[in-house]
Design a protein. Structure first.
Length: 85
């Protein structure tokens, strides 16, 4: 059994029982849905959600460790999107 911890919206935690690939697909789908919906309202939108994930037990075995890993990955995504990557 997999348990993911996905950090969303700076301090929101979404526990998810799925493997890493499924969680990554979910993250991509959420990001694309938000972009699509915002483009209906705004002519130009450059919106990215910054989400990071960790998986138990691969990334950590405590809640705090999983949240820390997810946080770090979320901030890596933020940095990459600011640099245009």
């Amino acid at each position: 059994m997999y348990t993911n911890c996905i950090r969303v919206l700076n301090r929101r935690i979404l526990p998810l029982n799925a493997d890493r690939l499924t969680a990554e697909k979910l993250i991509n789908r959420i990001n694309q849905t938000v972009k699509t919906e915002l483009s209906k309202t705004f002519s130009e939108s450059d919106v990215n959600l910054s989400m990071g994930q960790s998986i138990f037990p691969e990334d950590g075995q405590t809640f705090d460790k999983l949240v820390t890993i997810a946080d770090n990955k979320m901030y890596q995504v933020k940095t990459l999107s600011k640099n245009g990557e």
